[in-house]
Each structure stands twice: as C-alpha cells, then as structure tokens.
Design a protein around this ligand. Structure first.
Ligand code: NAD
Length: 478
C-alpha cells in the first residue's frame, strides 16, 4: 500500500480526478489517499501561494502527489502553484509522452510516438524579472550545469529503459551561446555515455517546425524548460487533443503526476471533460511506485475503450467515433474493459517500467576563474551614443578603458550605425588596457566616479574567463 497525496483542483479538476481514482482503484491500485486543498479557493482566501503550510507537510511526507489542474487567478500577484511545487520539491524532470491513437482518434500524424523530456526547474522560469529603466524590463535566463546534466541523463536513462532508439536535443545555441550552449554541450558529453542510443541536436525553430510536420522523425526529445512547455502542448494537441496527455514531474525525493492541460473552467461541472490526461498521469504514477501490473491493466483498458469508439466530446468525430460520452460514462467504459486488451492498437507491457534510479549530481572541481572586465548598465535618456561615450570616458580609472557600448545587445559605439534604434538602457563594457588588470576594487571606483558625474548605473555584470576561456558573449556586431 502506498500513501499518496491527492488534490482535486479547480474547474474540471474534481470531475476528472474522481473518474481517474475510480478507474485505478477498480483496477486494483494499492494506494491510500490523503486529500489536500489547493488552488482557487486557497488563493481567494488571501493565500497568494495557493496552498497552506500544513498541505506542504503532507506532500513532503507522502512524496507522491497526484494533482488535478488548478486555476491561477489572473493578476494580483498570485504565484503559479505548479511552478512553485516543481521547484520547492526539486522535480527536475517533466516527462510528457505524446502518441497518436490512429485510426481511432483523428490526427494528421498516424505514426507519431514521441516523449518530451522538459527541464522543469530553471531557464526563464527562475522568474527573476526587473524593470530597470522607463523603457526596459528584463528576465534572467539561468541555466546550470547540474540542471543540464540531470535532465539530459534522465532523458537517456528513460530512452534506455523504454527501449527507445534516439534522443534529440532542441536548443537555440546559435543565438544563446552561453546558456543554450551549455545545455547542448552537456547533451553531447552525456550522449557519449550511451553509444547504443542515437543522438542528434536541432536548432529549436526548425526542430519545432519538423516536429509539427513530421513527428515520426523523433523519439525522445530533451529541451530546456520554456521550449518544453510550449512544444509539449503542441505535441499533445497534434496527437488529437491536449486532453489526452499526462505528465510526470520527477525529483530525487518526491514526484508529482498530472494532466498537461489546465482547469478548462468553461467545461467545468458539465460532466463532459476528458479524464484521459490525468489518467495518463496516474498510470505514470503507478509505474513509478512499482505497481506496473495495475498501470498496464489500466492503460490496455483505456486503449480498448478508445478503440471501441467510446469518446468524450473533444475527440469525438462522426465516422470514426461510435458513442459520445461524458466523463463518468467514459470512466465506466474503461472500468468495464479492465482485463481486456486492444486488438488494433498495440497493447502495452510495463514489466520493467518502475522508477529510474539516477546517480546524484557530483559537483565538478572549480575552474580557474579570472575577472577580465565589467559591463556597467546605465539608464540614460539622450539618444546619441557618442555623447554617452564622452561622458563615460570621464569616469575611467587607471588601467581601465571603455571598449564598447551596446543598446539591447547591438554595438552602437564605437562605429555604430545611425539607423540603430536606441532605448534608454545602455551597456558600457570596460576592459583593462594592455598590461593592466581589473579588480573588484576598480569596479567600485568606476561606480563611484559614475555617481559623482550623475550617471544612473542600474546594474553591473562581471566578465570572467574560466580556465582561460572567455565566458561571456560579445556585443552583436563586435
Ligand atoms: P486549459 O488547458 O485549461 O483549456 C484550454 C481548452 O482545452 C479548454 O477550453 C478545452 O476546450 C480544452 N481542454 C483542456 N482540457 C480538456 C479536457 N480534459 N477535456 C476536454 N477538453 C479539454 O487552458 P486555459 O484555458 O488556458 O487555462 C485555464 C486555467 O488552467 C488557467 O487558470 C491556467 O492558469 C490553468 N492551468 C493550470 C495548469 C495546471 O494546473 N497544471 C496547466 C495549464 C493551465
């Protein structure tokens, strides 16, 4: 018997959770349920995190969490509970299988069978955002080596366990050479440890186009958080409905299982929602807790039900479907098929499908880190970069020179183009002159001098080399 935490969520959440639990319990799931309240009611009672402290205690104690979708109220500083849960509990891996159910569910892609492995904790979802000038706001994209290693290793181990042939990596490292560049580099390093699995890298834009057009070209695809968020919805939708896909959020200690879709408030309370996405999440949960026989039984009954043409409204099509049913009736149909297998769709076998046991991340020895310059960002409302350069030159300290000014990343001094549009947000790059060095003390001197001439410095970024390799991007056009 495994104790699990259950949250019924908002909108269609309670209906699809009741259907899911009924099916898996009928199938013989050995689970004890502890229910907690999360979401809209908790938010609107004045708790901006959407969950009570006592509920965290329950989630952490039980370690396995089956969660229905919740509604995050718009505006008003409410924090997404999904993002918080994933990060608080270290659920670094988000696994989203998307397989077409042709010819029973209408899709343009009859042979599609892909699994998106989405990094789940970092990237732009670090949520570190600031307004710095009247005209410019920023969001920090954080990518870490442990984050990359953990998710890429998870993707390869998953492929190995599931007997899949290829792992593809999607990034945009032709533009983001440091962040996406690290993800790609770690992918290449780890791929070498799995010579039996094919590996490849695609630039995300053309990769996404290819996935939407020819998904059968892919098998497992691993990618940073934001790309994975967007492309897993695309992948689920092109199998037939976003209501069909489930998601496993896996950490070293805890894990959370859910549907990939939201709470669909317009469909709530009408007994029409498709419970399949959450059911798929629950099946992944049963595999994870070692109840693979029950998982297999439920999945085969579900496939048989779809094959019988018993469909909820979202996948119902005259001609291919036989009977349009509501949430409860769909659950009853799956229950009546327990023990049966599909005849045309391939039945599943989950004999070796339990939780993956990955090695813990080991920190690497530190590299030799040398300060080689500094970028000082300035809020300045005039538009001529040459004027700014003259002013900035007055704050220089001995052995330091102004090497470049950029605006939104493009070089505007020296030798900028008059056509380049400039905002009020300027980056001034300072480097030591030949034969000199820069230090934190010199950076403070620069800032102090800037204060004395009324330059509004909004932030600094130190430029480093690691083991002799420069570790920052050049200005565009530099
Ligand atoms: P949504 O996924 O809830 O619904 C979009 C549309 O997809 C629905 O109107 C419906 O037509 C269809 N759909 C989704 N699930 C379905 C199902 N099971 N059966 C049949 N049709 C289904 O997206 P949204 O409308 O953008 O978001 C609604 C709320 O859900 C928002 O408050 C959002 O923050 C939240 N949300 C929660 C989660 C989560 O809890 N994991 C994820 C995404 C969105």
């Amino acid at each position: 018997m495994t104790k699990i935490t259950v949250a019924k969520g908002d909108g269609i959440g309670p209906e699809i959770m009741d259907a899911t639990l009924e099916i898996i319990l009928e199938a013989g799931a050995k689970i004890e349920i502890e229910e907690i309240e999360v979401g809209e009611k908790v938010y609107l009672s004045g708790n901006t995190s959407g969950i009570a402290t006592s509920s965290w205690d329950i989630i952490r104690r039980n370690k396995i969490f089956l969660k229905a979708p919740i509604t995050t109220p718009q505006g008003g500083g409410y924090k997404s509970l999904n993002v918080t849960t994933r990060k608080f509990l270290g659920l670094y891996s988000n696994v989203r299988p998307c397989k077409s159910l042709h010819p029973f569910v209408k899709t343009k892609h009859p042979e599609m069978d892909i699994v998106i492995v989405r990094e789940n904790e970092e990237d732009l979802y670090a949520g570190i955002e600031h307004q710095q000038t009247d005209e410019v706001v920023q969001c920090l994209k954080l990518i870490s080596r442990p984050g990359c290693e953990k998710i890429v290793r998870y993707a390869f181990e998953y492929a190995k366990q599931q007997n899949r042939k290829k792992v593809t990596c999607f990034t945009k490292d032709n533009i983001m050479k440091q962040t996406d560049g690290l993800f790609h580099q770690v992918f290449d390093e780890i791929a070498k440890e799995y010579p039996e699995i094919e590996n490849e890298h695609w630039i995300i834009d053309i990769g996404a186009a290819k996935m939407a057009d020819t998904p059968e070209a892919f098998d497992v695809i691993v990618m940073p958080n934001l790309y994975g968020d967007i492309l897993s919805d695309v992948a689920a939708q092109i199998t037939g409905s976003v209501g069909l896909a489930g998601s496993a959020n896996i950490g070293e200690e805890c894990s959370m299982f859910e549907a990939i879709h939201g709470s669909a408030p317009r469909r709530a309370g009408q007994n029409i929602a498709n419970p399949s996405g959450l059911l798929q999440g629950a099946i992944m949960m049963l595999n994870h807790i070692g109840q693979t026989d029950v998982a297999e039984k439920v999945q085969n009954a579900w496939l048989k039900t779809l094959e019988d043409g018993i469909h909820t409204y979202d996948i119902f099509k005259e001609g291919t479907s036989k009977q349009k049913v509501g949430t409860k009736e769909f659950a009853k149909a799956v229950i009546s098929n327990l023990g049966k297998k599909p005849t045309i769709l391939k039945p599943v076998s989950y004999a070796n499908n339990s939780a993956l046991n990955l090695p813990k991340y080991k920190r690497k020895p530190s590299a030799k880190k040398v300060l080689v310059g500094v970028d000082i960002f300035i809020h300045w409302t005039a538009t001529n970069p040459n004027e700014l350069a003259e002013k900035v030159k007055t704050i220089l300290t001995s052995g330091i020179e102004l090497s470049m000014i950029t605006n939104r990343g493009i070089k505007v001094w020296p030798d900028g183009f008059s056509e380049t549009f400039c905002t009020d947000h300027w980056r001034c790059r300072f480097k030591p002159v030949e034969g000199s060095e820069i230090s934190n003390a010199k950076i403070i001197e620069l800032l102090n001098n800037a204060l004395n001439v009324n330059l509004d410095t909004i932030k600094t970024e130190n430029l480093y080399s690691f083991d002799g390799k420069s570790a920052y991007s050049l200005g565009q056009g530099q």
